[in-house]
Design a protein around this ligand. Sequence first.
Ligand code: AMP
Length: 129
Amino acid sequence: MPYDPQNIFAKILRGEIPCQKVYEDDHVLAFHDIHPQAKVHILVIPKGPYTDMTDFSHNASQGEIAALFRAVGKIAKEQNLTSSGYRILSNIGLNGGQEVPHLHIHLFGGQVLGPMLIRWEEEGGAVSC
Ligand code: AMP
């Protein structure tokens, strides 16, 4: 899927729409999610035009990749989440439920977050492998 420069995070990066910034460096921007799903819900994004983790992991430079993951750790520390724990998550594509086609890592914390997903087998699913 080609990168869409009109996606909402591209507009935030260009300063066309505002965000509640929590962190910025040469390669990374992080801001509060507009519809938080936890007490702390921050989105960490690369500044480069990457649609998702597949695109990023194939095409980003070593510097961009290191910066994104270092930023996640720095933000967690700055937000005092490291001792209580937190969760990171990135949705990719249709099955992943990705809404905004610019790579973003959700960082959740500040509360007990519960199970990661509804347990597949309890929902009547079957493991096929
Ligand atoms: P995803 O479903 O993984 O693509 O997540 C997209 C996230 O972006 C959702 O949690 C939205 O609430 C969030 N979001 C959408 N627009 C904005 C915005 N303008 N500022 C901050 N977060 C946003």
